[in-house]
Design a binder for this molecule. Structure first.
Ligand SMILES: Nc1nc2c(c(=O)[nH]1)N[C@H]1C(S)=C(S)[C@@H](COP(=O)(O)OP(=O)(O)OC[C@H]3O[C@@H](n4cnc5c(N)ncnc54)[C@H](O)[C@@H]3O)O[C@H]1N2
Ligand code: MOO
Ligand SMILES: [Mg+2]
Length: 415
C-alpha cells in the first residue's frame, strides 16, 4: 500500500506534457494555453473619453467653475479624424482630439446657446475641471509587451474577452488528453429504457466519468461496458491503445473479489504496475499502471464515490500535468465540528464549505460517507481531506478543502 502523496507524485512523474496545436481563438474555450500571450498593442489603443460631454484643454491648470466656452464640432466613438475646435462635443469612447486633455460630462455644464439643430454651441462649467479628468489614457489598462495570459491558463470567458480585445485571432493550446473509459461489472445496465433484472444496477460511473472528463478538458475516445469478461476487456484495452489514447480509466474489478480481474489482465499484456492500493478511504483499491506504449492506466474502484475520489485526486493531477496546468491547491478551512478517525488512512470526505456573513469559513463533513452513497454528493460542494496521522480533530482544526469539482474554489493567500 502506498501513501497518497507518493502515489500522486508517481502519477505526475509519468504524465507527459501533450503537444501544441494552433486553434482559432473563438474555438479555444476550455483549452489550455501552451505559451504566454503578450500584448502587441496598447489597451485602450488611444486616449479617449470616458463620458458623454465636452472635450477641452486645461492648459496645465484647473479650469474654474463658471468659465464659459464656445463649442465647435462633435466626435462620436469611431470618428478619429473629425476636426474639432478647442472645445468640442465628445461621446464615450471617442478619440480625444489632439491637444485636448479633459472631458466634462454633459450633466456638469450649463448650455448657454444652441445651433438651429439644437446642438450646444456655448457652455458654462458648473464645476471645476482638472487635467485628465474622464480621460482613458492609451495603454493604461494594458501596455504593449505586457504578459496578459500565462501558459497553463485555461481559456474561459474572461480570457476570451482579453484575446478579443487584443485582436488575437489564433492561440497555441495543448492537445486535449484522449481518454477511454471502461466500466466493468456483469451487473451493469447502460440503457435507461431497459428494465432492471434482479441483481442488476444502472451503470452510473461510466456516464459520470464521461461528464467529469469533459469538464476537465479531456476528449472521450471511447466508453465501453465490460461484463467481467477478461477477454473482452483486453480486446477493448488493446483497441484503445491502438487509437493512441493517452489515458484509460476503468471502474471496478480491482479489489479482492473472485471476479476482480484487472490487475492480472494488465500483467498479461505487459503493463508496468506502478502501485495498487493507496492508504486512503474511500478508494483504497485504486490501481495505477503504465500500458505498453506509454498510456496511463487508472483502475478506479467500482463504488461510485471511490471512483469519484480516484478521478478527482489521481486522474485530475495527471490531466493537469499533461495540459501544462499548475497543480490545484486546496484551501485550509476550520472544521465546523470535531471529527474522530482511525490513523493510517487519509480520508476524502463529502463536505459542505460555508462562508458566514462576516467571511468566516467552516467545513462540515456530511452524513453518509460510505462509498456507495451518491446522495450526499448532491449536498456537497467540497471534499474535506483528513490527514493520515490524525486521530481526533477538534472543531476549528484547519483541514485541506478542495472543490467538489476541479477549479471551483478560489484560492486565498500563498501559504
Ligand atoms: N474482501 C474485501 N472486499 C472488498 C475490499 C477489500 O479490501 N477486501 N475493498 C472494498 C472496497 S474499499 C471497494 S471500493 C470495493 C472495490 O471493488 P472493485 O473495484 O473490485 O469493484 P467491484 O467489486 O466491481 O464493484 C464494487 C461496487 O461498485 C459497484 N459498481 C461497479 N461499477 C459500477 C458502475 N459503473 N456504476 C455503479 N456502480 C458500480 C458494484 O456494483 C459494487 O457494488 O471493494 C470492496 N470489497
Ligand atoms: O473505496 Mo472502498 O470505499 O474504500 O468502498
Ligand atoms: Mg470487487
Amino acid at each position: 500500500m502506498i501513501a497518497v502523496d507518493e502515489a500522486i507524485a508517481r502519477i505526475v512523474a509519468r504524465s507527459r506534457t501533450l503537444a501544441v496545436e494552433t486553434v482559432p481563438a473563438g474555438q479555444a474555450l476550455g483549452r489550455v494555453l501552451a505559451a504566454d500571450v503578450l500584448a502587441d498593442v496598447a489597451l485602450p489603443p488611444f486616449d479617449n473619453a470616458a463620458m458623454d460631454g465636452f472635450a477641452l484643454a486645461c492648459g496645465g491648470g484647473v479650469l474654474a467653475a463658471g468659465r464659459e466656452f464656445e463649442v465647435v464640432g462633435v466626435r462620436a466613438a469611431g470618428d478619429a479624424r473629425i476636426a474639432c475646435g478647442d472645445v468640442c462635443r465628445i461621446m464615450t469612447g471617442a478619440a480625444l482630439p489632439a491637444g485636448l486633455d479633459a472631458v466634462v460630462p454633459v450633466e456638469q455644464v450649463e448650455v448657454l446657446a444652441r445651433d438651429p439643430d439644437g446642438a450646444p454651441v456655448r457652455i458654462r462649467l458648473n464645476e471645476a475641471v482638472s487635467p485628465g479628468q474622464h480621460v482613458r489614457r492609451a495603454g493604461e489598462d494594458v501596455t504593449p509587451g505586457a504578459r496578459v495570459l500565462s501558459a497553463g491558463t485555461r481559456i474561459g470567458a474572461v480570457e476570451r474577452l482579453a484575446l478579443a480585445a487584443l485582436g488575437v485571432g489564433v492561440v497555441g493550446v495543448r492537445r486535449r488528453p484522449r481518454v477511454m473509459v471502461i466500466s466493468t461489472g456483469r451487473e451493469l445496465v447502460d440503457d435507461p429504457a431497459q428494465p432492471l433484472a434482479p441483481g442488476r444496477i444502472r451503470n452510473a460511473n461510466g456516464p459520470y466519468l464521461a461528464a467529469a472528463l469533459a469538464q476537465s478538458g479531456a476528449e472521450l475516445v471511447g466508453q465501453v461496458t465490460i461484463l467481467d469478461d477478461p477477454g473482452h476487456y483486453l480486446a477493448t484495452l488493446q483497441a484503445g491503445m491502438a487509437t493512441g489514447c493517452d489515458v484509460v480509466i476503468s471502474t471496478g474489478a480491482v479489489s479482492m473479489g473472485e471476479f476482480d480481474f484487472v490487475p492480472d489482465a494488465l500483467a498479461r499484456i505487459g503493463a508496468e504496475p506502478v502501485f495498487h492500493k493507496v492508504a486512503m478511504r474511500p478508494g483504497k483499491p485504486l490501481l495505477f499502471a503504465v500500458l505498453p506504449g506509454g498510456a496511463l492506466y487508472f483502475g478506479l474502484p467500482g463504488n461510485p464515490v471511490s471512483a469519484a475520489v480516484g478521478l478527482r485526486f489521481f486522474v485530475e493531477p495527471a490531466l493537469r500535468a499533461m495540459l501544462g496546468r499548475p497543480r490545484e491547491r486546496p484551501l485550509r478551512v476550520p472544521l465546523a465540528n470535531a471529527v474522530r478517525k482511525k490513523p493510517g488512512f487519509r480520508l476524502f470526505q463529502k463536505a459542505a464549505l460555508r462562508i458566514d456573513r462576516d467571511g468566516r469559513a467552516g467545513v462540515t463533513l456530511l452524513p453518509g460517507q460510505e462509498s456507495f452513497r451518491i446522495r450526499p454528493l448532491l449536498d456537497a460542494n467540497a471534499w474535506a481531506v483528513l490527514p493520515e496521522d490524525a486521530d481526533l480533530l477538534p472543531a476549528g482544526t484547519p483541514v485541506e478543502v478542495f472543490g467538489l469539482q476541479p477549479d471551483t474554489l478560489i484560492p486565498y493567500g500563498d501559504d
